[in-house]
Design a protein around this ligand. Structure first.
Ligand code: XMP
Length: 518
């Protein structure tokens, strides 16, 4: 069991996950209102109530409530006096369970839809918002009749019951998705449920997260020595900073410079940790070893494996010098915990964990970020005094630039890509676009094309610019970067990076593309 499970704030808002991607988004929105939320699978009413919730939100899901094997909730929960909000599938489930009607529709309703609020019987959830708003719909079945004792509180053209409630019982349902940014006043609706209906306590701030984590780390680690692999990314940096705050010089950080890092990454890590935090930092410069291991490797999976294995070997070498260490810090985040199923087990995804635990090393994991979403990790990092250049770092794959060089990784190609990437990053920052984008970087395919520069013909590499918007990396859209920005990046790449004579922009969303090229 993770030590942090003992330090959850009391009285969570439970988000019951009915199997779509919406549960995580709902949980994040609740936490953005500074109320602690936890994602749970549909358990028995007793189990849910034993978690001492201050409110329960039933999420959306892909099923039809009448389908065989469709997930359900223990109906005893409706008599528990705990406020309940059902969203989409969750709302349909409430309607069905309590005697209303859910019917099939011909077309369903998808995307932005105009919602008309029932003014005769205005819901507490719709106080202080206009009578007509745009909301996000995504359903094929629709609630056609509210259960006895309930009232309809809003409708749309195709959904006669877009929301309904029984305020005596504190049970509410919305067919639309208030958690999605395209729903106007969605966050206000969630806040109204939290603060007007549940009377929720504001028990979730960066400061309370830090206090809880520090206490949990101290209890777990006691006087033991701790190792932490820093990757340059935000997760390992914040995890290390938390552990350092808790146990100071019991922590040793290891930064393995694979030579596949972005420009200045090593210097930034040294500056932040060694200089500002006074952390004991072992900086291993291993570029030559990685390049040698990667020579002739072109297959993406083999690349990842080669890098992962060498990384672990080098980490083990350092660990041997610190054989008194008992603990290893791991930057596991809440979504990984949720996706691994129900929270308690420490599952490590090989894909996302190049710096994972060497199998035969006897180190206990310290996972101070197990309760946090990515945006919360950033907020905690800032609160701890980490510089923006680290806390606002875009995600970067463990295998680094190697999965952005298509074909063999060589020193020359790595240098070209590093320079190109730095230019992309610099210009995106200059235009203030960085916080709107999930990732923005350069890709170098190992092909050459003909061009002309000055008086001569060139035969050099193209660079591909990749910039995407995303909420969680599960899906992504290519960013509509202004032409002006693309133009500046393109001309800087060609004039400042020798070896490049052409620039392309990747206009593929995910799916069907992935964010990275390998
Ligand atoms: P894809 O390319 O699958 O990537 O759309 C989704 C997100 O994951 C990042 N990524 C990785 N992160 N180790 C990591 O820690 C990896 O091996 C890895 N591969 C991809 C990617 O940058 C994107 O944010």
């Amino acid at each position: 069991m993770s030590a942090l499970s003992h330090h959850r704030p009391e009285k969570p808002i439970l988000v019951v996950d009915f199997g779509a991607q919406y549960a995580q988004l709902i949980a994040r929105r609740v936490r953005e209102a500074h109320v602690y939320s936890e994602i749970v699978s549909p358990k028995s009413a007793e189990e849910l109530l034993s978690l001492n919730p201050q409110g329960i939100i039933l999420s959306g899901g892909p099923s039809s409530v009448y389908a065989e094997g469709a997930p359900s909730i223990d109906p005893k929960i409706y008599e528990s006096n705990i406020p309940i909000l059902g969203i989409c599938y969750g709302a349909q489930l409430i309607a069905k369970d309590l005697g209303g009607k859910v019917s099939k529709t011909d077309k369903g309703e998808y995307g932005r839809t105009l919602l008309e609020i029932n003014k005769e019987r205005r819901s507490e959830l719709f106080n202080d918002i206009p009578d007509e708003i745009e909301v996000w719909m995504s359903h094929s079945d629709a609630i056609s009749e509210v259960p006895p004792g309930f009232v309809m509180t809003s409708s749309t053209k195709l959904a006669p019951v877009a929301s309904f409630e029984n305020s005596q019982m504190d049970i509410y349902g919305t067919q639309f998705h208030p958690e999605v940014v395209h729903s106007q006043f969605g966050q206000e609706l969630i806040k109204s449920f939290l603060f007007k209906v549940c009377d929720a306590k504001r028990n979730w701030t960066s400061i309370s997260v830090i206090d809880n984590a520090v206490q949990a780390i101290k209890e777990q680690v006691k006087g033991g020595k701790v190792l932490c692999a820093l990757s340059g990314g935000v997760d390992s940096a914040v995890a290390a900073a938390l552990v350092h705050k808790a146990v100071g010089d019991q922590l040793t950080c290891v930064f393995v410079d694979t030579g596949l890092m972005r420009s200045n990454e090593g210097t930034q890590v040294e500056r932040a940790f060694e200089r500002d935090f006074n952390v004991d930092l072992v900086h291993v410069k291993a570029e030559d070893r990685f390049l040698e291991a990667l020579s002739d490797v072109t297959d993406p999976e083999t690349k990842r494996k080669t890098i992962g294995e060498l990384f672990i070997r080098i980490f083990e070498e350092v660990a041997r010098d610190h054989s008194d260490a008992k603990f290893l810090v791991q930057g596991t985040l809440y979504p990984d915990v949720v996706e691994s199923g129900e929270g308690e087990s420490a599952v490590i995804k090989s894909h996302h964990n190049v710096g994972g635990l060497p199998e035969d090393m006897d180190l206990e994991l310290v996972e101070p970020l197990r309760l946090l979403f990515k945006d919360e990790v950033r907020a905690v990092g800032s609160e701890l005094g980490l510089p923006d250049e680290i806390t606002w770092r875009q995600p970067f794959p463990g295998p680094g630039l190697a999965v952005r060089i298509i074909g063999e990784v060589t020193r020359e190609r790595t240098e070209i890509l590093r320079k190109a990437d730095a230019i992309v990053v610099e210009e995106i920052h200059k235009y203030g676009l960085d916080r709107d984008l999930w990732q923005y970087f350069a890709v170098l395919p190992a092909i050459r094309s003909v061009g002309v520069m000055g008086d001569g013909r060139t035969y050099a590499y193209p660079v591909i610019i990749r910039a995407v918007t995303s909420e969680d990396a599960m899906t992504a859209d290519w960013a509509r970067l202004p032409y002006e920005v693309l133009e500046v990046i393109s001309s800087r790449l060609i004039s400042e990076v020798p070896g490049i004579n052409r620039v392309a922009y990747d206009i593929t969303s995910k799916p069907p593309g992935t964010i990275e090229w390998e």
